[in-house]
Each structure stands twice: as structure tokens, then as C-alpha cells.
Ligand binder design. Structure first.
Ligand code: HEM
Length: 556
């Protein structure tokens, strides 16, 4: 429920003006400024009492929906939500509160939130009524500048439908399969650079003759450098050279932007009450950083588009990257194409880097899975030292690799939670949902829901994706009762358009890393997931990095 600051200001100004003229009988004459401030404060207090206490506790039409117990008087479940990683309290509620598809909870200042929990309710919000549930404006203003305000991620309704139709061909599998050699060659380059760094570290540590080269590396930064280069070449046709050069400007810009920041957190909280366009104009350092980064990323994308257009005009465009395919479709203005490319750059590299970070963490914890996967990789794929490449068929025919990829994406989906807001009065599973209600879509809760995945939902088990017998159809959905149980890429018209791209890229990167290296936890305490501080934001990653002892395994 947003503060109606326009109405409050209009009433304060109108009544304040009358008071300042002495135009109200029996009311004292006052200065306009004093009257305005006093009236504004009075209305604000009335509004706060209504919005924080009366409405959520006595009058909301959402009262009566199942909800967690133990609310604080003013801040509902806020302490629990902020005390645990994004999505974890929701997971506990999904698995413990009996419900028919919708759970209500109260957040900061008792703001109402709904969690959608059942396949039918999810299908309604994400597919059949997807345009009734839109992305809140606060999201657009907080991350839109970096992710492209007019790009596919933030448009709604007919505009979104049209953009999606024009971009879909570029993400069709017949194009993605041409990108496997790009994914593989960049994966090899990354593994070679890592091997060199590890050998050099090991030489300095002088472990003694016969020992295998090993060193502790922060896997997240290597993953970000690799995925930035991959989206550069496969998405935009430009090699940013981030693997080769860790100080690459674009890489540094994104690292800086996605680093946890106190000011970003405060602005995010203020965004719950104050309009995004206003916050965006505040002269604070975080805004300055974001605006400067957005200018740099925008200029990089604009430059690339001009380069490609010139190639197209000279009829020299034979590239297979997404930008080239989108340009040839001709459905975009230059300005809009810049926004689309900004979306692909950010949405397409942080997410996969997060998956790689969690992948290495999970494999370091599950040594048996790691060595079984390495055996399959070494048996089926060409050694990295040779010049041969891999095709989509090579990867498709690796059941264990695909099972591990799916299970990592289920267990630690990079996007723990995303938001929607009802754009009109509507309903979910027959429950009335008033306009303006915030809906939480929580992959981290649904992907581990016991009602959909069974009693072992909380366990990391790639075998759930391997058919138990010929004709075992359930394995294709990991044994879950519905496709909606796997929410990593969402579903419906707003699902991730880059899903096939991301899975192929992730499989190639993971295969190359696991084929060459052995991974062990550096900090043994982290075997307990609860000990890892997780950075929220759009993607979830370990806040202090993920340090892993990495050993070069000879012979591949
Ligand atoms: C493991 C990797 C990835 C994950 C988990 C992921 C997840 C998601 C999710 C959850 C959404 C929906 C967000 C929302 O509506 O609130 C989304 C949207 C999107 N993703 Fe991905 N993504 C990944 C990789 C990629 C890649 C590689 C690309 C591009 C090359 C990409 C491009 C997009 C775009 C353009 C949208 C907006 C689609 C629309 O609104 O129609 N993503 N992604």
C-alpha cells in the first residue's frame, strides 16, 4: 500500500492556503508553510495508523488466508525475513503451513505480501493471468537503469508481447546449438587461465616433489569473468577479454555494481514507501555510481550495435550471436536494441556465474557426485588440450552431466525470489487480490517444496533426474509432481528467454572445470550451508566469496 503523497500534498496545500488567508471560520490564521507542514504531518500519521495497524489487522480482504504465526506488532515477520537469506523463511512456511496455493505474511510496517505455492496458483500468476501481475515500479527504477528500462525485462502487456515475439527467434534452439563451440572455446580458455594461475601459486608455495598443483581460488570471480566473455561473444559478438584481463573495465563495472552496498540496501528499503523516480534523483553516492555505470554500459552496447549495423549494410553479417540475429529480424529501433543488449549482458552473465559458484560449492561438498561426473566427462568429451570442439549432441548424450546441471539449478537457483504487483483487482485460486498487492515468486521455496518434490526435497540428489526404468517419464521433471515445481527460470510468457542458452553455457563451463580440476572446501565449516552468509539482490551468491581448494588433475 503506497503512501498517497499526491493527495496528502494537495489537501495540505489547499487547506493550508485557506488557513493562511484566514479563510476558514473559527480557525486561526497561520503562515502557509507552517500550515502545509502541520497538515501534511497530521494526515501522514492518520495514514500510517490506517496502513500499519488498522488495514492489515482488521480490514484487509486478504485476512483469513493462512499465514505464519509470531508477528511483531508493527513489523510482522520482518525480523525473520532479514535474519535469514532471501527465500529461506518462505521455504519454511511453504513446507509447514497448510494452504491451498496462497500464503499471506506481513513485512516491514506490516505491508502485506502473498506467496504463491501450488502449481495451479503459480500457473495463474505466471501464465494465464501473467499481465495482471506486473513488475513493481520500484524494481524498474532500482535496477532498470542497468538492465535497460525499455528492454524486454521491464515492459508489460502488448509491448512486452511484441518484443518477446521479435526476440524469440534469436533464442530458438536452432541458433543456440550453433553457439556450443563458442561456449566450449571460452570454457577452455578459462580453464587454461585458471590452470596457469594455480600452477604459479603452487610453485610459490613449493609443496614438494610429486605433489599435484593446487591452490585456493575464489570461484565466483573466475565464473563472472568467464560468463561475461561468453555473453560478449555469443550474445553480442564482441570478446570483452575479461578472462585474460581481470581488470577489464566492463568486468570491474559489474563487480562494483553487484557488490553489497549499504546505500543500495537503504534505497531499496525506501523504495517500499517512496516513488522510485524520486529516489533515483537523490544526490547520493550509490545513485552516482549507478548512473555512471549505466552510461558506460550503454555506450559499450551502442558502439557494438553500430559496428554490427555497418557489417549488415555491407552484407558481411554472418555472425551467429544473438544481436546479429535480432538485427536481421529488423523489429527494433537502435535505442531499444541498446536496452535489450543491456538486459542480456546483465541478466545473462551474473545468473550463470552464480550457478557456477553454487555448482562448485555443492560438488566440493559431494565428492562422490564430483568424481562420478568427472568420469563421465573424461569418457565422453575431448580433452581440453586438443583443438576439438563439442556439439549440442555431445552434451545432450551425457545423462549425469545434465542431471547434475538440473539439480544445481533446482537446489540453488540463482534468482531466489522475484516480485510481482497486481495491476488490477484480480484473484488467485478464487481468493480476491486487490490492486497493488505484492506477490512473491520464490524459486528458493518452490524448488524445495516437499509437497511437490517429496520427502527428500531438501537433499541434493542429481539421481532424481535419471530415469529409474525405461519409460520413467517423471525423471524429466526430477520426479516432481508438476513442471511448476522447477521455478528457476519461471514459466509462462515472462519466463527466462535465455533458458536454453544458459543451460548449454552452464553445462559446457561445468564440464570443462570438473574435467580438469578437483574441488574441496577451503573452509570446512561451510559444509554446513547455514554458515554461509548469502548476498541477496537479484542473484544469490556467497557474500564473502566462495574460496575452494582447487587441484589440477592430470590426464585431460
Ligand atoms: C542460470 C542462468 C539464468 C537464470 C537462472 C535466469 C533466470 C531468469 C528469471 C527467473 C527470469 C524472470 C525474472 C522475472 O520476471 O522476475 C529471467 C528473465 C529473463 N532472462 Fe534469464 N536467467 C538466466 C540466464 C539468462 C541468460 C543467459 C539470458 C540471455 C542470454 C537471460 C535473459 C533473460 C531475459 C531477457 C529475461 C526477461 C524475459 C521476459 O521478461 O520476457 N537469462 N531469467
Amino acid at each position: 500500500m503506497g503512501l498517497p503523497y499526491r493527495s496528502i500534498s494537495a489537501v495540505s496545500l489547499g487547506v493550508g492556503y485557506l488557513l493562511s488567508l484566514g479563510g476558514l471560520p473559527q480557525a486561526p490564521k497561520t503562515g502557509l508553510l507552517f500550515a502545509f507542514v502541520a497538515l501534511w504531518s497530521f494526515q501522514f500519521m492518520l495514514y500510517a495508523a490506517w496502513a500499519v495497524v488498522l488495514y492489515p489487522k482488521l480490514f484487509s480482504p486478504l485476512l483469513g488466508l493462512p499465514e505464519p504465526t509470531g508477528n511483531s506488532f508493527f513489523n510482522g515477520q520482518w525480523a525473520k525475513i532479514t535474519g535469514k537469506p532471501t527465500g529461506i523463511p518462505m521455504l519454511e512456511w511453504v513446507n509447514s503451513i497448510p494452504n491451498d496455493g496462497v500464503i499471506r505474511y506481513l513485512g516491514l510496517l506490516n505491508q502485506e505480501r502473498l506467496i504463491v505455492t501450488s502449481p495451479k496458483a503459480l500457473a495463474e500468476v505466471l501464465t494465464t493471468k501473467s499481465y495482471d501481475f506486473q513488475k513493481p515500479d520500484s524494481l524498474r527504477f532500482s535496477i532498470g537503469r542497468i538492465l535497460g528500462m525499455t528492454g524486454i525485462l521491464f515492459t508489460e502487456g502488448d509491448e512486452h508481447r511484441a518484443q518477446r515475439r521479435s526476440l524469440l527467434p534469436a533464442f530458438a534452439f536452432r541458433h543456440i546449438k550453433d553457439l556450443y563451440p563458442v561456449f566450449w572455446s571460452k570454457s577452455r580458455e578459462c580453464v587454461d587461465a585458471m590452470t596457469e594461475a594455480i600452477i604459479s601459486d603452487a610453485a610459490k608455495a613449493a609443496e614438494g616433489p610429486g605433489s599435484r598443483p593446487a591452490s585456493v581460488i575464489e570461484v565466483g570471480t573466475w565464473a563472472s569473468r568467464a560468463t561475461l566473455d561468453i555473453i560478449g561473444v555469443a550474445g553480442l559478438g564482441r570478446d570483452f577479454g575479461a578472462i585474460e584481463n581481470p581488470t577489464n573495465e566492463l568486468n570491474q563495472t559489474y563487480q562494483h555494481l553487484f557488490r553489497p552496498s549499504r546505500q543500495a540496501e537503504i534505497l531499496g528499503l525506501l523504495g517500499l514507501f517512496i516513488p522510485g523516480w524520486f529516489l533515483d534523483k537523490l544526490p547520493v553516492k550509490r545513485n552516482g555510481d549507478v548512473h555512471a555505470a549505466a552510461r558506460f554500459i550503454r555506450a559499450t552496447c551502442a558502439d557494438l550495435i553500430q559496428e554490427k549495423k555497418q557489417k549488415l549494410a555491407r552484407k558481411e553479417l554472418t555472425d551467429v550471436d544473438i544481436l546479429s540475429v535480432a538485427l536481421e529480424s529488423g523489429g527494433f529501433t537502435d535505442e531499444n536494441l541498446v536496452d535489450q543488449m543491456m538486459t542480456f549482458l546483465a541478466a545473462g552473465h551474473e545468473t550463470t556465474a552464480s550457478s557456477m559458484t553454487w555448482a562448485i560449492y555443492l560438488l566440493a561438498r559431494h565428492q562422490y557426485v564430483q568424481s562420478r561426473l568427472r568420469d563421465e566427462i573424461r569418457e565422453r568429451l575431448p580433452p581440453l588440450g586438443t583443438d576439438s570442439t563439442v556439439s549440442s549432441l555431445d552434451i545432450d548424450h551425457m545423462p549425469y552431466l545434465n542431471a547434475v546441471v538440473n539439480e544445481i539449478l533446482r537446489y540453488f537457483g540463482p534468482v531466489p525470489m522475484t516480485l510481482r504487483e497486481s495491476a488490477i483487482d484480480t484473484s488467485i485460486q478464487g481468493h480476491f487480490v486487490p490492486k497493488g498487492t505484492r506477490i512473491m515468486i520464490t524459486p528458493w521455496a518452490i524448488n524445495k517444496s516437499e509437497s511437490m518434490w517429496g520427502a527428500d526435497a531438501l537433499q541434493f540428489n542429481p539421481d532424481r533426474w535419471i530415469p529409474k526404468s525405461e519409460g520413467d517419464k517423471r525423471a524429466a521433471s526430477g520426479g516432481a509432481t508438476s513442471n511448476y515445481a522447477f521455478m528457476t527460470f519461471l514459466h509462462g510468457p515472462r519466463s527466462c528467454i535465455g533458458q536454453a542458452f544458459a543451460k548449454a553455457e552452464f553445462a559446457c563451463l561445468l564440464a570443462s572445470w570438473v574435467g580438469r580440476f578437483e574441488f574441496e572446501l577451503h573452509n570446512k565449516e561451510e559444509a554446513d550451508e547455514a554458515k554461509i552468509l548469502i548476498k541477496g539482490g537479484i542473484t544469490a551468491r556467497p557474500a564473502k566469496g566462495m574460496y575452494i581448494k582447487t587441484t589440477v588433475v592430470e590426464g585431460w
